[in-house]
Design a protein. Structure first.
Length: 306
């Protein structure tokens, strides 16, 4: 999926690309347009073959739903837009928002929350309906972001259907953040499910202390990507930590995992040879690597080619 400035005719159309997202067949792709950062206007949307699934694709637009301010404050297949005509939201209680419903025929929903700087745990707790949920958190700043532009550690979609999704993120820049919740499986488009959202700010031992540093920014780069034989996941650690690597396919199945043990602080390289747990080369396609270091985790997309 690609987002372009609107054009008046086909000859001059699709020239100015603003953002793109390419997670593959059966996956939810989305682009967020932040209308706090760019004027409200029309856009053109395009799809790239052969990503379009048999039977066509479902395209939806959502305005963001305001969640107000987050904890610790003083009193985003899809084109999503922030700001303007916010949908009403249930009042938050102790950082818990909801319940929310994404009904039959709907792919996703978009929420906006004003978060102070600090470390947070964000949880999606399923309610009624056995939906396989995914979520991702995006920071303030760019006018346009795609699904892959989430904050470090700010994605969660691997848990089985009907179970809690959670992520730990550090908010470096206070301001309005976007949270997108979507249905992971195309087959679930015509189902309905409910959930609540929890934003929990992590605190230190005394009120005067600032939030401590993360174990690291974790994934600094995945290269090469696209890759043929093997690829390296480079991580930055601010302190020594036990490090592990997991590789998932786009259906959320864990294909490979490895424990690298205690690694010292600094830049570390974790190699994945493109094989699954049985030692078989994985097919050409898009995969998701997740690194865990201590209590922190981070994920990135990686592409295997012939």
């Amino acid at each position: 999926m690609k987002l372009f400035e609107a054009a008046s005719d086909a000859v001059n159309g699709f020239d100015v690309e603003l953002a793109s997202s390419g997670w593959g067949i059966e996956q939810a792709d989305f682009v967020i347009a932040d209308f706090r950062m760019t004027p409200v206007r029309q856009f053109d949307v395009g799809f790239v073959s052969p990503v379009v699934a048999p039977g066509g694709s479902l395209v939806q637009f959502r305005r963001s739903r305001s969640l107000g301010v987050g904890p610790g404050a003083a009193s985003a297949v899809v084109l999503a837009g922030k700001r303007g005509a916010f949908s009403p939201s249930p009042a938050a209680t102790n950082g818990v928002h909801g319940p929310f419903t994404i009904g039959s025929g709907q792919l996703f929903d978009l929420y906006e929350i004003d978060l102070p700087a600090g470390a947070y745990s964000v949880r999606l707790v399923p309610g009624a309906g056995s939906v396989d949920w995914g979520m991702a958190l995006y920071g303030p700043g760019p006018s346009f972001v795609s699904r892959s532009d989430a904050l470090p550690g700010g994605t969660a979609w691997e848990a089985p259907a009907g179970t809690q999704e959670s992520m730990n993120v550090v908010i470096a820049q206070a301001g309005y953040h976007s949270l997108v919740v979507w249905k992971n499986r195309r087959a679930e488009v015509n189902t309905s499910g409910t959930f609540t959202l929890e934003f929990i700010q992590q605190t230190t031992g005394t009120p005067d202390e600032t939030v401590g540093p993360r174990v690291g920014t974790l994934i600094a780069a995945v290269r090469p990507s696209p890759f043929v034989g093997s690829t390296q996941v480079e991580v930055d650690l601010t302190q020594a930590s036990n490090v592990s690597l997991h590789v998932f396919d786009l259906a959320g199945r864990c294909l490979y995992s490895e424990e690298f043990g205690l690694r010292s602080a600094g830049r570390q390289a974790l190699e994945w040879d493109g094989r699954d747990e049985a030692g078989r080369p994985v097919p050409v396609g898009i995969y998701f690597v997740r690194v865990t270091a201590g209590s922190e985790s981070d994920g990135r997309k990686v592409v295997r080619v012939r």
